[in-house]
Design a protein around this ligand. Sequence first.
Ligand code: CO
Length: 135
Amino acid sequence: MFELDHLGIAVPDLETALASWTTLGARLDHIEEVPEQHVRVAFLATGAVATELLEPTSEDSPISKFLASGKRGVHHVCYRVRELDQVLARLRDRGVPLIHDRPVAGSRGSRIAFIHPKGTGGVLIELVEVPAAMK
Ligand code: CO
C-alpha cells in the first residue's frame, strides 16, 4: 500500500547532527526550512529511503516537544502515497486518528499529513504526496 519515503530523526542542532552523519558516510542532499512545521530539515541521500534530520525552529515545533520530553532519535517514518486527500478520507472513514485532517505543506512543495501514534501502536507516521515533477 505505502512506499517508504524517509525516516525522520529529531536533532537539537542540525549542523552538529550533519557533521556526525557525514562522518558516517552519508551524503547531504539538501537543507530546507519548512516554516509551516517549525523545522529546518536536512535530507541525506541514503538509497531508496532518505534520512531526514529535523531541527526545531521554535518552541511551537513538534520537534521541540519531542526533544523536551527527553526523547532522541527516530521521530517518524514517512510513507509516500498517491492522492493524499483520498487516503486521508479513507483513514478517517475507518476511524484512524489523524493529526492532520487535511494535507499541510511539507518540504520541496510536497503535501503531507501525520497519523496520530495512538492509531499505529505508538509509531508516528507521516504520509507524503510528492509533487508530480519529483516523481
Ligand atoms: Co518527514
